[in-house]
Write a protein that binds this ligand. Structure first.
Ligand code: BYC
Length: 476
């Protein structure tokens, strides 16, 4: 295992000390990152002591150290998973050849585009969550928010390292731009749609962690298959950290469902108004939030049929998650994939695409299956409590802004409907202004150790075997 050097200004396991030029360039970027963190991160909490985990190694066991840190002092660093000896290219036209330690010139701009897109999402999410700390439902949740924020900051470092180390001057310029675009900025927004959506309440935050961080999992897994070995190793380690972000989403939503069921039992009713009078989140309201964040996150996979996807697969740049273990054909030169597209007459028709062009859809399908797991679990909770309500993922055609279904009005089941019907029924499908106002009214901060807001049940256990009433964040 390569050890992480914490004596360096920038902790790393890439032997930065022996590459003075790169070290200087990154040390030049570091104060800009910290300035961005101060302006756009959870800075109102800069002096809080937070119980955070920090990477101290890159192997699966014992990679993290837990301790109390003030966020601006977090040691953001550059950590690559250990190399796999004799690793060969796992997919595409160069299948079986040795992986690359440098970016081949002919693929440079394709790599750069993907790395910049990936890098752009990381600071975007910190910006989106900028003010959430003020309305935390508990200290446990506040700490999880901050853990996610510092790790998204580290994931930005991961991409910036690759840009600086392998893309020369272009890469340095892109690294500057990553700090210049901002979530929701009218003039310089973040690249992908979901990362410009505001996250102003914790229900949205948990949905974001459940759905959008899960896109992160699938995209990182695809890039972890890349023939460009430093990128693959970077993404492999990012995935270790990413798992916690999805855990926060899944358990956060599960705890909301649990609390709602408790309230329903107490009052003997599933009437949304009655549930709201008790200060909990009624299940139809939760469903509308799920519809919003799921449909937005589906767009993050790009178009169903994409020449970009075909090229990046053929060239060994971006594979499929678990390429080696999940698929037999790693070249996909002749295979096809069936997709459903609008027929132009208000209906649906089947189309056949070369497999390579349909890689975005292959990923999206796998993602949807993964999203269903949490819903099954929550539906089980609801059923066990004796209620006849089922949370559902909307169709992958619903409310799409990218790809074949972009701007085609459909209902939740994906049936094309008229624009008039679509607009009329929308308040039942997505959070309405009054839904959002209600959720906002619930967002009262709770910071007494061990206490929870009334709309969410406590977690099953504390962090790193500590008790639930541990003071995970010490505020001033
Ligand atoms: N919004 O050929 P197309 C994460 C653009 S999340 C706006 O259909 P392609 C995280 C696209 O960029 C994971 N624009 O798609 C989670 C292209 O524009 P250009 C992030 C969009 O290229 C939580 C054009 O439409 N990582 O890590 O096959 C917290 C046509 O594109 C959108 C990645 O995404 C959209 N939703 O695939 C923190 C991996 N979708 O270039 C972090 C890297 C597409 O023609 N990125 N467009 O101007 C990629 O693999 C690909 O760029 C995409 C698109 C999958 C995003």
């Amino acid at each position: 295992m390569s050890a992480i050097d914490y004596f360096e200004k920038i902790p790393n396991n890439v032997d930065l000390a022996n590459d003075r030029t790169l070290q200087r360039a990154l040390e030049h970027w570091q104060p800009r990152f910290l300035e961005w963190w101060r302006e756009m991160g959870p800075n109102d909490f800069a002096s809080a002591d937070v119980y955070l985990r920090t990477a101290v190694g890159v192997d699966a066991q014992g990679w993290a150290h837990y301790g109390t840190v003030k966020m601006p002092d977090y040691r953001w660093g550059i950590f690559l998973a250990d190399p796999i000896a004799d690793r060969t290219i796992g997919f595409g036209d160069s299948f079986g050849q040795a992986v690359w330690q440098q970016v081949p010139g002919e693929f440079r701009s394709q790599f750069r585009r993907l790395i910049v897109t990936q890098g752009d999402t990381e600071p975007a999410s910190v910006e989106q969550q900028h003010r959430l700390g003020h309305t935390c439902p508990s200290l446990y949740d506040l700490r999880n928010l901050f853990q996610i924020n510092v790790e998204e900051g580290r994931h930005l470092w991961a991409m910036v390292y690759i840009l600086h180390a392998y893309f020369g001057r272009d890469g340095r310029e892109e690294a500057e731009e990553l700090l210049a675009r901002h979530s929701g900025d009218v003039d310089k927004p973040r690249i992908l749609g979901t990362f410009n959506e505001p996250i102003e309440d914790w229900l949205s935050f948990f949905c974001f962690c459940y759905f959008t961080d899960r896109d992160g999992k699938f995209q990182l897994k695809s890039l972890a298959e890349s023939s460009f070995d430093p990128l693959a190793r970077t993404c492999r380690f990012m995935l270790t950290e990413e798992a916690h972000h999805m855990f926060v989403g899944e358990t956060g939503l599960g705890r909301i469902v649990r609390r709602t069921l408790e309230v329903m039992k107490e009052i003997g009713s599933d009437d949304p108004e009655a549930i709201r009078r008790q200060g909990a989140v009624d299940l139809p309201l939760l469903q509308r939030y799920l519809n919003f964040w799921f449909s937005s996150s589906l767009d993050l996979f790009g178009s169903e049929v994409s020449s970009n996807a075909a090229t990046t697969f053929a060239n060994g740049i971006k594979g499929r998650p678990d390429e080696t273990t999940q698929y037999q054909d790693h070249v996909c030169a002749d295979s096809t994939f069936e997709i459903e597209v609008p027929d132009g007459k208000g209906g649906v028709t089947k189309d056949t695409s070369p497999m390579r062009n349909a890689m975005n859809e292959v990923l999206r399908d796998a993602y949807i299956r993964d999203c269903e797991i949490g819903l099954k679990r929550w539906n089980m909770q609801i059923k066990r409590a004796g209620y006849n309500f089922e949370l559902k993922l909307p169709s992958n055609r619903f409310r799409r802004a990218i790809g074949a279904w972009a701007n085609i009005p459909t209902d939740l089941e994906g049936h094309p409907v008229s624009r008039e019907e679509h607009d009329r029924r929308m308040p039942g499908w997505l959070p309405s202004a009054s839904d959002r106002d209600y959720v906002k009214s619930l967002m009262q901060r709770v910071v007494e150790p061990g206490k929870m807001a009334a709309w969410i049940a406590p977690p099953e256990r504390g962090i790193n075997n500590l008790s639930l009433d541990y003071e995970y964040v010490r505020l001033d």
